[in-house]
Design a binder for this molecule. Sequence first.
Ligand code: NAP
Length: 350
Amino acid sequence: MARALDLAWRGWGRVAPNPLVGAVVLHNGELVGEGWHAEYGAAHAEPAALRAAGDRARGATLVVTLEPCAHHGRTPPCIDAILAAGIRRVVIALEDPNPIAAGGAALLRDAGVEVAMGLRAEEAAAQNAAFLHRVRVGAGPFVALKLATSLDFRIADAAGTSRWISGMEAREYVHWLRAGFDAVAVGLGTARADDPSLTARGTPEPRVPARRVVFDRQLELPHGLRLVSEQPASTIVIGEPSAPEERAQALEARGVRVFRAPDAAAALRRLRDEGVASLLVEGGGRLAGGLLAAGLVDRFYWIQAPVWLGDAGVPAVRGLPTAALADAKRWRVVERRSLGADTLLVLDRP
Ligand SMILES: NC(=O)c1ccc[n+]([C@@H]2O[C@H](COP(=O)([O-])OP(=O)(O)OC[C@H]3O[C@@H](n4cnc5c(N)ncnc54)[C@H](OP(=O)(O)O)[C@@H]3O)[C@@H](O)[C@H]2O)c1
């Protein structure tokens, strides 16, 4: 299953809105086939692994990260391929929460295949968090916050300079991360300070480039910034209903879309209505604090660099209400690893 989970990541940036799925075929304990869902609309992981295994799939075990589908979508049902290949046992991490595709495990059992469910289910769920959020919650996008901070939780030095707190590996990781989100957002302060492009310029090349979003209450975004002047991906600016209409028109004349929302929750719902099912928020501290305080952040990607910036540095999060330790909810660590000299910690909201 560990191998199948690894293979599933190969679809990152290429398969959404479908889930990431990986599969392996084991014949007498020997790995005889591997597959993954590589491209939206292309083969699912199971038929790909079965094809790789060929005749050796007969009587073998299929290990797959998500319950095989039982429906005709863009491809035929995976359970048909599994039965045709003569698989004897199927080991699944995660039950398919999608009512249209679910039920594969029961049908396999009915056909006499041994089925085990739940192996490494937590890891599989963390890998497909945005997909699960879309199917189960639906209301707003899956919101992930990403910040690169110093050891003392600053995102920029006293002069506002944040380039580069983290090292090359961490920056490559962020480009990889962006490829898997429908949209990438910053606050006006960050747009002004850093003039970011917010595009994914690494591997994989995203199937659909992420849209760019700026939280900017009074629509003050300067038109000379890359988010306005460079239009490789569409930019959406979110302002308050009271923001001057002429500013909205001036932005729209430059190809920027303007949404108005009274608060962050409404802004997220508006983005969801536009097809944004996953949003990566890249700061700064005030936007991060506002979203956290409103309980709107589902996941935190924290890149911690081994450097101190001191009290005058820009705080990574501003505006969080005080919490008593006894009541403070603990976030769940889903990943912890090194990115060069930096440390990545991925945490999910309890
Ligand atoms: N190291 C990193 O990962 C990283 C990442 C990003 C930025 N930075 C650094 O952080 C600094 C900027 O951070 P910052 O805290 O000053 O600014 P920021 O959070 O990027 O932007 C703050 C602006 O966004 C607005 N805003 C926040 N929530 C909003 C909402 N729900 N709707 C509409 N507008 C909203 C704020 O309005 P209100 O004030 O009215 O709430 C404010 O105008 C820069 O120095 C930048 O280099 C570092």
